[in-house]
Design a protein around this ligand. Structure first.
Ligand SMILES: Cc1ncc(COP(=O)(O)O)c(C=O)c1O
Length: 351
């Protein structure tokens, strides 16, 4: 087929349909679009899936990170360790909380925080570790400090037998449409810690504690409409993960003889498959060539030291390597065999 005539292959396509339409109709007919019964219902389902005592729904993954960091109750200028290669929100929320994000390099092979490079200083108070693209990070090798998991893309993933989202003091999830479970925009904090859960609940709702407001908060609530969509999706999580795992295996089968590094999880882990991110040489050329063929590929994510906000933190070879090589391929449950063939063939022509 002439490339110009080929149908676009979308980067992402949320797995939503009839069931979600039906629950949206129910919520609209109930006349209760926010702060109704759908929020606790969604939170209970999420806590069950993440095997935590609490789940608090908020308006985005970024909001979840922001509130989890605020709930630590740190002093201005305290330091939080953040990987140098991640979606910028991970570090932004630390900076915007009056704290200092201290970047630590990633292992270019896993693209996750490299525990061997973490140095604990006199003001280091916490670690914000990311399970990037759904690959569980090696959290047990980190120093013993309060740990927040950025599990934005790790719903359904497991480190050893344990569920990502339950491995630290708190974890932050995202329900953006590129995630396995989506509510359009949305997020949540999961935790076993009553104090953290209470703090996040208050902070997402202006700081209200009953009739009083002991300290200021925000409006980071997630509407009932969106929670209803989320509950429907969460009940299908196993099926959604199985479908994404199948697509990942189908890519691996097609790409295994090409000079490309394929994504994987450590032995014994379950990958959450938020995205299918390979590493290739000449990434920018390959990305441009795929896009010219109607294939919506994308970079992996960002090397924070290459952004103005974090350019004062020095040079991070692992993050720069990951930034220059990572390539996200179209990844969703509607991809057909022939679309997977097209992506693999287009990639093969460039390598
Ligand atoms: C690792 C990571 N953290 C945080 C976020 C922010 O989530 P949201 O887009 O829901 O605010 C994302 C979103 O892509 C992410 O990938």
């Amino acid at each position: 087929m002439v490339p110009e005539e080929a149908a676009r292959i979308r980067l992402a396509w949320p797995d939503v349909g009839r069931e979600e339409l039906d629950v949206i109709a129910e919520v609209i007919e109930s006349g209760m679009l926010t702060m109704g019964v759908r929020v606790p219902e969604f939170e209970a389902e999420l806590a069950r899936v993440c095997e935590t005592r609490h789940a608090v729904a908020v308006s985005s993954g970024t909001a979840a990170l922001h509130l989890a960091v605020l709930a630590l109750g740190l002093e201005p200028g305290d330091e939080v360790i953040v990987p140098a290669y991640t979606f910028p929100a991970t570090a932004n929320v630390v900076a915007l909380s009056g704290l200092k994000p201290v970047l630590v390099d990633v292992d270019p092979a896993t693209m996750n925080l490299d525990p061997a490079q973490v140095e604990v200083g006199p003001r280091t108070r916490a670690i914000l570790a990311v399970h990037l693209f759904g690959r569980p990070a090696r959290l047990e090798e980190l120093p013993d400090l309060p740990l927040i998991e950025d599990a934005a893309g790790a719903l359904g993933a497991r480190r050893g037998g344990r569920v990502c989202g339950s491995l630290g003091l708190a974890a932050c999830l995202s329900f953006h449409p590129r995630k396995i479970v989506t509510t359009g925009e949305g997020g949540a904090v999961t935790t076993d810690d009553d104090r953290v859960a209470d703090a996040v609940r208050e902070l997402r709702h202006h700081g209200w504690r009953g009739d009083d407001m002991p300290s200021p908060g925000l409006n980071y609530r997630l509407a009932d409409l969106l929670c209803a969509i989320g509950t429907t999706q969460l009940r299908r999580l196993d099926t959604l993960l199985a479908a994404r795992t199948r697509i990942a295996a189908a890519y691996a089968e097609r790409l295994r003889d090409l000079p490309v590094v394929l994504p994987e999880a450590d032995e014994g882990d379950v990958h959450g498959w938020q995205a299918y991110v390979v590493q290739v040489d000449r990434r920018d050329d390959v990305l441009a060539a795929l896009r010219a063929e109607g294939i919506e590929a994308q970079i992996g994510t960002y090397a924070l030291p290459l952004l103005g906000a974090y350019s004062d933190q020095g040079f991070f070879s692992g993050a720069e390597y990951a930034y220059e090589h990572a390539l996200a391929l179209p990844f969703h449950t509607r991809l057909t065999e022939s679309e997977l063939d097209r992506v693999a063939e287009a990639l093969g022509r460039q390598l």
